[in-house]
Write a new protein. Structure first.
Length: 91
């Protein structure tokens, strides 16, 4: 057959083992003294990119509950102009 692919005897040639990644722990669950406060832009800035976008949960390791609270706090902080919506450009 012209279009068929040749099968190799070595099955590992096309299957790659996924590297194991340790699950990140939610900062706010681990340390109960930390609080999410919209009036503290320095803490919230850790969870945003340099462009001003909110970093997703799979990267920060936050639990769903605290990620929602963070998102609310960041948006509230942007509304009252404590945090920028976008990155500031200097030309």
């Amino acid at each position: 057959m012209e279009g068929s692919r040749k099968r190799s005897n070595n099955k590992k040639s096309y299957r790659r083992k996924r590297p194991y990644h340790r699950r990140k722990v939610c900062k706010f669950c681990a340390d109960s003294s930390l609080a999410i406060d919209y009036k503290d832009p320095n803490t919230l800035r850790y969870f945003t990119t340099e462009r001003g976008k909110i970093i997703p949960r799979r990267i920060t390791g936050n639990c769903a509950k605290h990620q929602r609270a963070l998102t609310r706090a960041i948006k509230r902080s942007r509304t009252i102009a404590l945090m920028p919506y976008t990155a500031s450009f200097t030309h």
